[in-house]
Design a protein around this ligand. Structure first.
Ligand code: HSE
Length: 432
């Protein structure tokens, strides 16, 4: 029986999950693949922090390069994260002819083009199932299961931390900062939590999914991003009264060879499947011509779910090695620079618009007049007293229009607001 030896780079939450998964389910993996998996070396700079797993000290090192250069290591698993030493180590491993499995979405979103080319040049696999959607097998679904389809788009909840925060804020009126701390303690949040709450982690994953749909690297900087920091409990409540739930939504649409994308909080109908996805769960809805709509749901963060995706890539790469067919599924390498996504701002959508004002009447006339001036029709509206000091807030659903019109209207509405704060507006995504 062929033995496959793994070199682990990074022994944090997910690294420990991979070692633990191998310990518990290694025999199962062997039965299913006919291959034996062993941990050959583990690199981490910190061996003082206690972990809830014991490893043979002979396997441990602080030198990641000694792992990638070790001729006894068959597959390198990169779980360090970030775009610094992780990039150097992956490049070194690929140049040494070793396949790499990584969960590093930030690195692939920023430097994917360079890494995909290095993998192609050296005829080795570079796999990243765990980078997007935690345990959800979305990379495989797009690249293999839906291979006969033309893609229309993807709508996704891609950040477990944000979804956890939004769920708790809605269900228990929990305070943003308290829930964020819990998400960190549960191992969902990034070491730097602004990556989660300001939408950058979702943008990394959106860039990867857009690259998969476009079959070539997409430029991260071109994806507009807005996170959930500053989202008020009042908007969560008012959106609920209007029949919607707020989610941090990744939107990718394929349009005649162009790719459009953005990451923003958006309202989705409360009865839709996507709106039911709560807590740390992620959901990815894929729209294609033949399969129509498919929806993938699962834990998007956390030790074991992410480790499950890492080990699925390890098994797949090992099978490729065993049958002598590396890159059975080709990579995303391209000689062209990463493609910029186009804007979704011209796409018409319904909009949620909320104004705080000193008037207690139902959708006061000045608000109605202001929306009308910009050609916005109100489909429904609620006016409620506010907890935050203003007398009342009116939240409206405007019938489909462009972002440009909503921006113009919001600038005009600002003069009606108490203390001249910005009105809040978000797009409404129907059809999910
Ligand atoms: N911080 C990420 C999340 C981890 O909350 O989704 C998984 O990528």
């Amino acid at each position: 029986m062929k033995n496959i030896t793994l070199g682990l780079l990074g022994f944090g939450t997910v690294g420990v999950g991979v070692a633990d998964g191998l310990r518990k389910n290694g025999a199962l993996l062997t039965r299913r693949t006919g291959l034996r998996f062993t941990l050959g070396k583990i690199a981490d700079l910190d061996w003082d922090t206690p972990r809830d797993i014991t490893v043979d000290p002979a396997l441990t090192t602080t030198d990641g390069f000694s792992v990638v250069q070790d001729p006894g290591i068959d597959i390198v698993v990169e779980l360090i994260g970030g775009t610094g030493v992780a990039r150097e180590l992956i490049l070194a491993a690929l140049e040494a002819g070793k396949p790499v499995v990584t969960a590093n979405k930030a690195l692939l979103a920023r430097h994917g083009a360079e890494l995909y080319r290095a993998a192609a040049r050296n005829n080795v696999d570079l796999r990243f199932e765990a980078s997007t959607g935690g345990c959800i097998p979305i990379v495989r679904a797009i690249r293999e299961d839906l291979i006969a389809n033309r893609f229309a788009g993807i709508y996704g909840i891609l950040n477990g931390t944000c979804n956890y925060i939004l769920t708790r804020m809605e269900a228990e009126q929990a305070a943003f900062e308290d829930v964020l701390r819990e998400a960190q303690a549960l191992g969902y949040a990034e070491a730097e939590p602004s990556l989660d709450i300001d939408g950058h982690d979702t943008a990394h994953k959106t860039t990867l999914l857009a690259s998969l749909l476009h079959e070539a690297p997409v430029a991260l900087e071109s994806v507009p991003v807005q996170g959930i920091r500053g989202l008020s409990p009042e908007d969560i409540r008012l959106a609920g009264e209007l029949g919607y739930r707020i989610k941090l939504l990744a939107r990718i649409e394929c349009d005649n060879g162009d790719i459009r994308a953005e990451v923003r909080p958006a309202l989705i109908p409360r009865h839709s499947l996507l709106a039911q996805v709560s807590g740390p769960f992620n959901a990815i809805m894929v729209k294609t011509d033949m399969a129509d709509t498919t929806l993938y749901v699962g834990r998007g963060a956390g030790r074991n779910p992410t480790a499950s995706a890492v080990l699925s890539d390890v098994a797949d790469v090992a099978r490729n090695m065993a049958c002598g067919c590396p890159r059975r599924v080709p990579g995303l390498d391209s000689e062209q620079p990463a493609v910029a996504v186009k804007s979704l701002a011209q796409t018409k959508a319904k909009y949620y618009i909320r104004v705080s004002h000193a008037l207690a009447d139902t959708c006061p006339d000045p608000v109605r007049a202001c929306l009308k001036k910009d050609g916005l029709n109100i489909e429904s509206a609620v006016t409620r007293p506010l907890s935050s000091g203003h007398a009342a807030a009116t939240a409206c659903v405007a019938s489909p229009t462009t972002e440009e019109r909503v921006r113009a209207c919001a600038a005009r509405l600002k003069s009606l607001q108490s203390r001249h704060e910005q009105p809040v507006w978000m797009s409404i995504q129907e059809g999910l």
